[in-house]
Design a binder for this molecule. Structure first.
Ligand code: GTP
Ligand code: MG
Length: 323
């Protein structure tokens, strides 16, 4: 086993950070290290936190860190920094919010940028989660903005997914309906200090009921919890209730058939992500070989070729160039 695998297993933060960076660059040695680390994974409990931009996900994560640290558990965090116009300040915001944990050796926060990833965001997230898991972090929190398919794919691979929403915005509820509700194990109605929280809880309950009556959907138990994450772990923040709901879901997951099914689904999601990632890498390389997207677009605009021919030739190259 390589030295760096040993270092990571021993909890060496610098070695782990370096490995994560090398994984982002798809360095073969790093990928080999990850293969060795994989059999040391499976002990951490992975909790996803997703929801609309600005709903308070990072604030919830911050409060959760505090609760789990009080339980003497080591906490790893993966925050996917969105580049959406709604939340351009996220990177700085996350840093400030989570800064008070920065000196705590039991907490490791890793931010991932969405920019510049071609289908690679969920893969990077999986990679970082695996490294944190192998390092022995007992709780792994994954924050993503639940707007893209990538994010939803990530949520399929966690043990408990918490969807954070806020009161009042009818459109938000619609957005939740569109995809997030389907993956929610626990729903948090955050900013419950604002008007309309109870109404939102009722709306969500109604939507869950509707979903439950569909013949294709088996009814899952989804708890709805009101939170005021800005109040941290104060008695009125609802964070203790949220943690209790996560605990209850965890208990249901570790026991019985549903736990097994969920574990298989996680593995399916992981492999599917890796395959997608590898294909995306090859497609990118094939595109580069043709001069990049800019060149390709020029050629099409000049009437030298057409989009269909270009796409076919790129896909054909995936096979020819396979190692
Ligand atoms: N009133 C109120 N404000 C809150 C609450 N929780 C968070 N906020 C505020 O909402 C804003 C956004 O919080 P974040 O935690 O950054 O939200 P986020 O969902 O992580 O945002 P992005 O990662 O940018 O999508 C911040 O100004 C928080 O202080 C709450 O319970 N009540
Ligand atoms: Mg955030």
């Amino acid at each position: 086993m390589s030295k760096r695998v040993d270092q990571v297993l021993a909890g060496d933060i610098r070695a782990a950070s370096r490995l994560m960076r090398d994984l982002d660059d798809r360095m073969p040695a790093a990928i080999n290290a990850l293969k060795s680390l994989y059999r040391h994974t499976g002990k951490g409990y992975i909790i996803g936190i997703t929801g609309n931009p600005g709903a308070g996900k990072s604030t919830v994560v911050d409060a959760l860190i505090e609760v789990y640290r009080a339980r003497q558990l080591r906490v790893g965090v993966v925050a996917v920094d969105p580049t959406s116009p709604f939340s351009g300040g996220a990177i700085l915001g996350d840093r400030i919010r989570m800064q008070r944990h920065a000196l705590d050796e039991g907490v490791f926060v890793r931010s991932l940028a969405t920019r510049g990833h071609l289908g690679g965001l969920s893969r990077s997230t999986f990679d970082v989660v695996s490294v944190l898991d192998a390092m022995g972090y007992e709780i792994i929190l994954v924050e993503t903005v639940g707007v893209g398919q990538d994010e939803i794919d990530v949520m399929r691979a966690v043990y408990t997914s918490v969807v954070v929403t806020v009161p009042g915005l009818g459109d938000d509820i619609q957005a939740i309906k569109a995809g997030l509700l389907e993956i929610a194990d626990v729903l948090a109605v955050n900013k419950a200090d604002r008007d309309g929280a109870d109404r939102t809880v009722r709306d969500l309950m109604h939507m869950l009921d509707l979903r439950g009556t569909s013949p294709t959907n088996s009814v899952r138990e989804v708890e709805i919890i009101k939170t005021i994450a800005a109040h941290g772990t104060r008695d009125d923040s609802g964070i203790a209730d949220l943690v209790a709901a996560i605990d209850r879901h965890r208990d249901r997951m570790v026991s019985g058939q549903s736990g097994q099914t969920r574990a298989r689904k996680r593995l399916v999601a992981h492999v599917a992500e890796l395959v997608k990632g590898l294909l995306a890498d090859r497609a990118e390389a094939a595109l580069e070989a043709q001069g990049g997207l800019g060149e390709v677009a020029e050629a099409i605009a000049a009437g030298q070729t057409d989009p269909y021919t270009v796409a076919e030739s790129i896909v054909a190259k995936l096979y020819v160039d396979a190692p």
